[in-house]
Write a protein that binds this ligand. Structure first.
Ligand code: ZN
Length: 475
């Protein structure tokens, strides 16, 4: 058998320990009939069980149960899991979107849209020692006729075999009935409701008087009579309305089969896959989040709020996003105002798994401070510096922010206080005498020049800055 290694499941990446292995193959990718096959190899050699679900799309108990085994790790033995044999029919929630796939195993027309999938499933069946097909069936199987929902023609809560004993061409006897009986005994010991206990349902499919001759075209019958492999169907009842309960019954049956066959799970399943970030969902100024992929850059305007809303990775738990220089170790779910470029580090526990770079642009579009200097009007751009002589009169006329004058921002000339008894921090509309400013708010640029800052504020947060350099020619 060719083992294509998609990824190794390695405990803490130390090569000295025995490792399990999971191989995922996708056939007919992107088609309605996409077929996903998962092969799980135990650390110790042992028998292989193929678990198939969803051959009929309206049976979620079966395919949801099968899907759970994809994440299983094994101490001993192997699993081949085909959770969605008929994905198309699952998506449309019908028994068969293009006819009943479980009646296509004796022969199928090459024009049939299911033919390629059936052919592939037959090929995969060759690689297993045991085959188990998971279904949700109608009513409750009962060997005698009780009523319409409990009788020999119903399927629910039964394990189906095509025959009790089967002799292979090499003379080996496959005792399907006994194995199913042992599984049923094991499962029933933990089912309280008598109606939900499983029964052995021998279809006697080959017998001339079989009431289930249609099963001669089924997957289990093919596995048994063409490949000579022990094959079973597990049927939970569609009359159990909560399909999650059916999933539980299905897993009880699969677990019992594994135990009887000698496949030993590892608990908890030890799959230590290297963590990989898929993308981070980032919201700027509370807008709808956008997906940013590993190593991408996001551009914000200085003062913007940035929030890492969530990180999508191959792990659900233990994943954090750390905006370097802001917040704490995990900054997911909190908005931060960004003033300078930084990096968001994505980690899963101690393992780095991605980075997003934050670039800050101070270029605010359509933003100006309209300023009157000695009766001359200037439009200052963000971070622009205008130079005036000490004693010049300045009036901050208005602020256009992102093209708008209705932005709710205050304009504060640091070092100018128009009204000592009520300093609102709003300095528009005053004639500001530049010889009477509070020097401690200024930065000394050189011997003769002091720089004052004018800030557009939202509450206590600085949104944009403009600068006035005041030259004192007497110095
Ligand atoms: Zn079915």
């Amino acid at each position: 058998m060719i083992r294509k290694i998609v990824f190794l499941i390695i405990f803490l990446w130390t090569p000295c320990l025995a490792v399990g292995e999971m191989v995922h193959d996708v056939y007919f990718r992107g088609k309605n009939h996409e077929l996903d096959v998962y092969r799980i190899y135990g650390k110790e050699d042992g028998p292989t069980l193929m678990i198939m679900g969803g051959i009929q799309g309206n049976e979620p108990g079966g395919y949801l149960a099968a899907d759970l085994y994809v994440d299983m790790a094994l101490k001993k033995g192997n699993l081949i899991v085909v959770p969605r044999a008929n994905f198309y029919s699952i998506l449309v929630n019908k028994r068969g979107a293009t006819g009943d796939m479980n009646r296509k195993f004796s022969s199928v027309s090459t024009h049939d849209p299911d033919s390629e999938v059936v052919k592939k499933i037959k090929e995969i069946m060759r690689q297993t020692d045991y085959f188990l097909n998971l279904h949700d069936g109608s009513g409750f199987y009962h060997p005698e006729y009780i009523d319409d929902m409990h009788n020999p023609r119903r399927y629910g809560q039964s394990i189906i075999v095509d025959t009790d004993k089967y002799i292979t061409p090499t003379g080996k006897e496959l005792d399907l009935g006994s194995l199913a009986d042992r599984v049923i005994r094991q499962v029933n010991s933990s089912i309280k409701e008598s109606e939900y206990r499983f029964r052995l349902n021998n279809h006697r499919t080959s017998a001339p008087d079989s009431i289930h001759k249609e099963q001669r075209r089924s997957a289990t019958f093919y596995a048994l009579t063409h490949l000579h492999k022990p094959a079973f169907a597990c049927e939970t009842s569609k009359s159990i309305k909560d399909f999650r309960k059916r999933v539980v019954f299905q897993t009880m049956v699969v677990n019992a089969f594994m135990k009887e066959i000698g496949i030993v799970p590892e608990q908890p399943s030890i799959y230590i896959e290297p963590p990989r970030m898929k993308y981070a969902l980032i919201s700027i100024n509370n807008a709808n989040p956008i997906a940013i992929y590993n190593n991408q850059r996001i551009f914000v305007t200085r003062g913007d709020f940035l929030e890492v809303v969530s990180v999508v990775s191959n792990y659900k738990r233990g994943v954090i996003a750390n905006i370097l220089g802001l917040g704490q170790l995990n900054d997911i779910g909190q908005p931060f105002r960004i003033h300078k470029p930084t990096t968001i580090e994505i980690k899963k526990d101690m393992f780095p798994c991605g980075k997003v770079h934050i670039d800050v642009t101070s270029k605010l579009n359509h933003t100006w401070l309209i300023t009157d200097v000695n009766n001359k009007i200037y439009a200052l751009s963000p971070d622009e510096v205008i130079t005036v002589e000490k004693g010049a009169t300045i009036e901050l006329k208005d602020l256009v922010y992102m093209g708008s004058t209705s932005h709710g921002l205050n304009v504060n000339f640091k070092g100018f206080v128009p009204n000592w008894s009520n300093n609102t921090g709003e300095d528009r509309g005053y004639k500001i005498d530049t010889s009477k400013l509070l020097g401690r708010y200024a930065t000394q640029i050189d011997k003769t020049t002091r720089r004052y800052r004018i800030c557009a504020m939202r509450g206590n947060n600085r949104i944009v800055s403009f600068y006035i350099d005041i030259i004192d020619a007497t110095k």
